[in-house]
Design a protein around this ligand. Structure first.
Ligand code: XMP
Length: 522
C-alpha cells in the first residue's frame, strides 16, 4: 500500500548527505529546477523529517560500501513516510539494501562516462522519452558495488555493463534510485531526470525564484527584528552588500551599516564602499578607521587559524563599540552564505578554515545574528542583488574574504606588506579587466608568500619578494579550477607587477584547483 502523508507537504526538498562529495551540488541542481532544497545529515530521524514535511527526499551518494559495518544508514521509517524518494549512487544501493534487495560487491566497479541502455519491456517514469533519456545514453558512474537483486515491488528500468540495475523504480511507493550521478554535467539529460522526479513524480511546482526568496526573507527579517535596530558590517564583498540591501528593504532606517576599514582591504576599496552605499543607496553608514587596531592585534601572529580567529573577534569588538552610537542595536547582520557554513565545519563536514563570520565568532557574542543569505549559493546571492537593484559593480564584484589581505599574506601581517600586496593585486585585477576576462574569472588576486628570492634588475642583484597570482573559475566557491589565462595576459601582469611595485622581483602563477587546494592561500 502507498503510504500517504497525513499533512500537506511543503515545497522543500531535503537532500540527505550520506558523506558525498556531491551533496551540495545536488541541492544546487534542485534549486536550478526552482525548488528550494537543503542538505541535512544522514542521522536525521523519520520523526524529524515528518515534522518538516518535505515535498521530496533525495539520498546522496557516499564513499562507503553498504557492506562495511559502520556505513551510514537511514532510519528505516523514512521509507514509509509517503514522501517521494530518489536515491543516487550509494543512496540507490541503500534503498535496495534497506528495502529487502541485495547489493553485491561486483568486484569491477564503473568510473566515469558509461553507456546506459533502457530495459525495453519496462516502462519508466524517471527516464521518459520526452526527457531525451530514452534509448541508450551516457551517464557518469562512480561505484564499486552494484544492486544485484531488486527489493519487492521494484523494477529495473535501465542497465549498464557493470550495473544490471542502473535505475530502479517503484512508482506506487514513489521511490526511485539511480546508480549514476544525474547531478554532474557529464550525465546526458541528468538535470531533466532530476526535474522529472521533482515536478512530475513529486508534483512540486517551480516556484523557488529570487523574487519569492526576497519576499519571504523580508517577512522573516521584519519578524526577527521587529522595531529593534540592526547594524551590518560591510566588508567590500558582494555577500555583505547584498545582505545589507536586503535588510534595508525590510527595515529601512532601522539599519545602520558599519564599514570597518581594517587596513586589510583592496586598494581604494573603502572609498568605493562609502560611495555606493551612502551616496547612491542612501543607507546610513558609519565609517570606522580600525587599521591600527587590526595591525596591533595581528602583530606576531603567523598561524592562519590564529589570524582568522583574531580578525573575527576584533570585528565583533569594533561593531560592539560602533553599536553604542546606533541606538543600542541588538542585531548584527552578516552576509554569511551557504559555503561559509559548510566549510567552517558542521557535525558532518570537517573544518577546512574558520570563515571569520562563522567559526571565527567569539563565544561571548553579544548580538543576535541576522543572516538572510545563509542558505544561498553565490550565484543566487548575485541574483538577489540584481533583483534588489544593486549596481553591477557591486553585484559582479569578485568575492573578497572578510579577513581581507591578511589571508593572502603568508606569515605575519604588517602595513608594509599590505601596501605592497595592494599595489600588486590592483594591477592583476586591472589587467584582467582590460582584457575582458573579469566576468568569466571567479576571483583573481595576488598572494604574498613569506619568502624572498634572488633576481637581477638593471645588472644589479635583487633580493626581493615574489608574488603569486591566483585566478580561478568556479560556480559557487565549493570547487574551483585554476583559470587558463592566456600567456600574453599573464605576461603583462607579471611585467607590470615587477616594474611598478618596488620590492617585488618575481611572479609565479598558481595552477592548483580546489580541491586539493582552497581558493585563498590561508
Ligand atoms: P576558500 O579559500 O575556502 O574560499 O576556497 C572560498 C570562498 O570564500 C571566500 N572566503 C571567505 N569569505 N570570510 C568570507 O566572507 C572568510 O573568512 C573567508 N575565507 C574565504 C574566498 O575568498 C572564496 O571566495
Amino acid at each position: 500500500m502507498t503510504p500517504t502523508p497525513s499533512v500537506p507537504v511543503t515545497e522543500e526538498v531535503l537532500v540527505i548527505d550520506m558523506g558525498a562529495q556531491y551533496a551540495q551540488l545536488i541541492a544546487r541542481r534542485v534549486r536550478e529546477a526552482h525548488v528550494f532544497s537543503e542538505v541535512v545529515p544522514h542521522t536525521i530521524s523519520a520523526a524529524e523529517i515528518a515534522e518538516r514535511r518535505p515535498g521530496a527526499i533525495i539520498i546522496s551518494g557516499g564513499p562507503k560500501s553498504v557492506h562495511v559495518e559502520d556505513s551510514p544508514r537511514l532510519d528505516p521509517a523514512i521509507y514509509d513516510l509517503g514522501v517521494p524518494i530518489l536515491g543516487i549512487c550509494y543512496g540507490a544501493q541503500l534503498i535496495a539494501s534497506q528495502l529487502g534487495g541485495t547489493v553485491a560487491r561486483s568486484g569491477a566497479g564503473e568510473y566515469g562516462r558509461t553507456k546506459m541502455e533502457p530495459i525495453a519491456q519496462v516502462e519508466s517514469r524517471l527516464l521518459d522519452s520526452s526527457s531525451g533519456t530514452d534509448g541508450s545514453s551516457t551517464v557518469w558512474m562512480s561505484h564499486f558495488d552494484a544492486i544485484s537483486e531488486l527489493p519487492p515491488g521494484f523494477c529495473a528500468t535501465a542497465s549498464t555493463p557493470g550495473a544490471p540495475v542502473a535505475v530502479l523504480e517503484n512508482s506506487e511507493r514513489r521511490t526511485y534510485g539511480v546508480q549514476f550521478h544525474p547531478e554532474v554535467i557529464h550525465t546526458d539529460g541528468g538535470q531533466q531526470i532530476i526535474e522529472r522526479f521533482l515536478h512530475e513524480i513529486a508534483g512540486l511546482s517551480a516556484e523557488w525564484t529570487m523574487e519569492a526568496f526576497i519576499e519571504s526573507a523580508v517577512a522573516q527579517i521584519r519578524q526577527q527584528i521587529g522595531d529593534g535596530h540592526a547594524i551590518c558590517g560591510l566588508s567590500g564583498g558582494v555577500d555583505s552588500a547584498v545582505a545589507a540591501a536586503l535588510v534595508h528593504r525590510a527595515i529601512g532606517d532601522q539599519l545602520t551599516c558599519v564599514f570597518v576599514d581594517t587596513g586589510l582591504m583592496r586598494k581604494n576599496e573603502g572609498d568605493q564602499v562609502i560611495e555606493t552605499f551612502n551616496e547612491h543607496q542612501g543607507i546610513e553608514l558609519i565609517h570606522v578607521e580600525a587599521g591600527e587596531k587590526f595591525f596591533g592585534r595581528l602583530a606576531g601572529l603567523t598561524d592562519p587559524e590564529d589570524k582568522r580567529k583574531a580578525i573575527g573577534e576584533l570585528f565583533i569588538r569594533v561593531f560592539e563599540e560602533a553599536r553604542d552610537s546606533v541606538s543600542d542595536a541588538k542585531f548584527l547582520v552578516q552576509g554569511t552564505v551557504y559555503p561559509d557554513i559548510i566549510e567552517s565545519g558542521t557535525a558532518h563536514a570537517s573544518t577546512i578554515k574558520s570563515h571569520h563570520n562563522v567559526g571565527g565568532l567569539p563565544e561571548d557574542l553579544d548580538f543576535e545574528l541576522v543572516e538572510p543569505l545563509r542558505d544561498l549559493f553565490k550565484d543566487e546571492v548575485r541574483a538577489v542583488g540584481s533583483e534588489l537593484g544593486l549596481p553591477d559593480e557591486i553585484v559582479w564584484r569578485q568575492p573578497f574574504p572578510g579577513p581581507g589581505l591578511a589571508v593572502r599574506i603568508i606569515g605575519e601581517v604588517t602595513p608594509e606588506k599590505v601596501a605592497l600586496l595592494q599595489e600588486a593585486d590592483a594591477i592583476v585585477r586591472e589587467v584582467l579587466r582590460d582584457n575582458g576576462l573579469e566576468r568569466e574569472i571567479w576571483q583573481s588576486f595576488a598572494v604574498l608568500p613569506d619568502i624572498r628570492t634572488v633576481g637581477v634588475m638593471g645588472d644589479e642583484r635583487t633580493y626581493g619578494h615574489p608574488v603569486i597570482i591566483r585566478a580561478v573559475t568556479s560556480e559557487d566557491a565549493m570547487t574551483a579550477d585554476w583559470a587558463r589565462i592566456p600567456y600574453d595576459v599573464l605576461e603583462i601582469m607579471a611585467s607590470r607587477v615587477i616594474n611598478e611595485v618596488p620590492g617585488i622581483n618575481r611572479v609565479a602563477y598558481d595552477i592548483t584547483s580546489k580541491p586539493p587546494g582552497t581558493i585563498e592561500w590561508e
